[in-house]
Design a protein around this ligand. Structure first.
Ligand code: ASP
Length: 413
């Protein structure tokens, strides 16, 4: 029997039918049941019979002509890969990125009730492979679609680094239309997949009045609503839950009800057509985010300085601290024109380096307080500021450019 064959396993008087999957243990057999779940059974105690030889998995309608319905807005779907574009590969048992944007539309027919689509594949990667130059190319692709008349953009993306892309696009683009990034935590072959609901909610936001770079993902573990997060304020806070994405230090922009498709907003936002399209697509990739841990060697900073890095973001403790023996490194970087921005591992709350003496010494050495910015957002912002407005780093890193920072942080978020 080969992987992908349909088999029946009998054990202890019960029988289970499903597709043969790879097993990591020689004495176990793993099958994918029709309900989408995998089970593993101890082989010597089970009887295995072939039901049907496996067929080549048919790709969805890859060349499907996207239907056009009169009166519906025009939305472009740019796919970059990730779980939302994935299915299980029966040869390896692992999830791989395989669907194009057109195939995603074919798999979720409700999307065609919401808009007409142009579909483009930008990348077919898992988002851990994203890089600054990919963000730049993606920003250019978004701008091209808007110039060609797209009234909304959906970017399908892996969830692991979706928030970096959200931040990068927020700094590189001023957009007259919604730019919605969406992913899924569970691939579409699993019964608990969030792919369809997230995509439908994303399309609903893409035709809305919210002309911002935002992230739309499940709001709860149920299939009731999705939250709309600002691209510079969102974070993946759980490895596997469907409601993993949360807005940090700011409430979400709003929510979309899955059934009624009604949008409720919680914050002021940029309205459709309020601003012209502006693309500033340069980033300085040689920046690093350094997490400080107790006892970490100050040599870490020297490493980045000696390697020619152009900017550093520190993820400090509490209000924004590193050990006293790191302060010389901060001074050296600052003297060599390498800005050092301080953020916090607490994620929630704001940097306050005037409270303890360590913080004051860090400021004297040249550290720049990252206010209430998320560490990864501060990193992407530093890349953008260094590439576009290098003489204003010190002031811009402490001022909001794309909703990433505010001067007072609400207590409850
Ligand atoms: N590792 C995957 C990625 O980020 C996970 C996902 O897509 O959700 O591409």
């Amino acid at each position: 029997m080969d992987l992908g064959d349909r088999v029946c396993i009998e054990r202890n008087g019960a029988s289970y039918e499903g597709v043969l999957m790879p097993s990591r243990r020689k004495d176990h057999v793993v099958i994918k049941l029709d309900n989408g779940y995998n089970i593993g059974l101890y082989l010597p105690k089970s009887k295995l019979t072939l039901v049907e030889k496996g067929r080549e998995l048919k790709p969805l309608d890859r060349d499907k002509q996207l239907r056009r319905k009169a009166g519906l807005p025009q939305v472009s779907i740019l796919s970059t890969g990730g779980t939302i574009a994935s299915k299980v590969d029966y040869r390896t048992g692992a999830v791989t990125s395989q669907f194009s944007a057109g195939e995603i539309i074919a798999a979720i027919p409700e999307l065609e009730e919401i808009a007409n689509y142009n579909a483009r594949v930008i990348y077919q990667i898992l988002s851990e492979n994203m890089r600054a130059d990919y963000w730049m190319a993606l920003a250019r692709a978004v701008a091209e679609e808007i110039r060609s008349g797209a009234e909304g953009i959906i970017i399908t993306h892996g969830t692991d680094t979706l928030m970096y892309t959200g931040a990068a696009l927020s700094f590189m683009l001023k957009t007259p239309v919604p730019v919605v990034i969406v992913g899924s935590q569970r691939s579409s072959d699993r019964p608990s997949s969030d792919a369809a609901m997230n995509a439908i909610c994303a399309a609903t936001v893409a035709i809305s009045d919210i002309a911002e770079v935002c992230v739309v993902m499940h709001g709860t573990t149920s299939d009731d609503y999705c939250l709309i997060h600002r691209g510079t304020r969102v974070r993946k806070m759980h490895t596997s839950r469907r409601d993993a994405f949360q807005s940090i230090n700011q409430p979400p922009l709003g929510r979309v009800d899955y059934l009624s498709r009604e949008i409720q907003t919680f914050l002021p936002y940029h309205h459709r057509s309020e601003s012209e399209l502006v693309l500033m697509d340069r980033l300085e990739p040689q920046c690093a985010l350094v997490k400080y841990t107790p006892g970490a060697s100050p040599e870490i900073l020297n490493y980045y300085i000696d390697k020619g890095y152009k900017g550093l973001v520190l993820e400090g403790t509490g209000l924004g601290h590193v050990a006293s023996d790191w302060i010389d490194g901060i001074r050296r970087a600052t003297e060599e024109n390498i800005p050092v921005v301080v953020t916090s591992q607490c994620l929630r709350g704001r940097i306050g380096d005037l409270v303890y003496d360590t913080g004051r010494y860090m400021l004297d050495a040249g550290a720049i307080e990252g206010e209430d910015m998320l560490p990864e957002v501060a990193l992407v912002k530093l890349m953008w500021v260094l590439a576009n407005r290098p003489n204003e780093v010190r002031s811009l890193m402490r001022r909001p450019l794309a909703g990433e920072l505010s001067f007072s942080t609400p207590m409850c978020v």
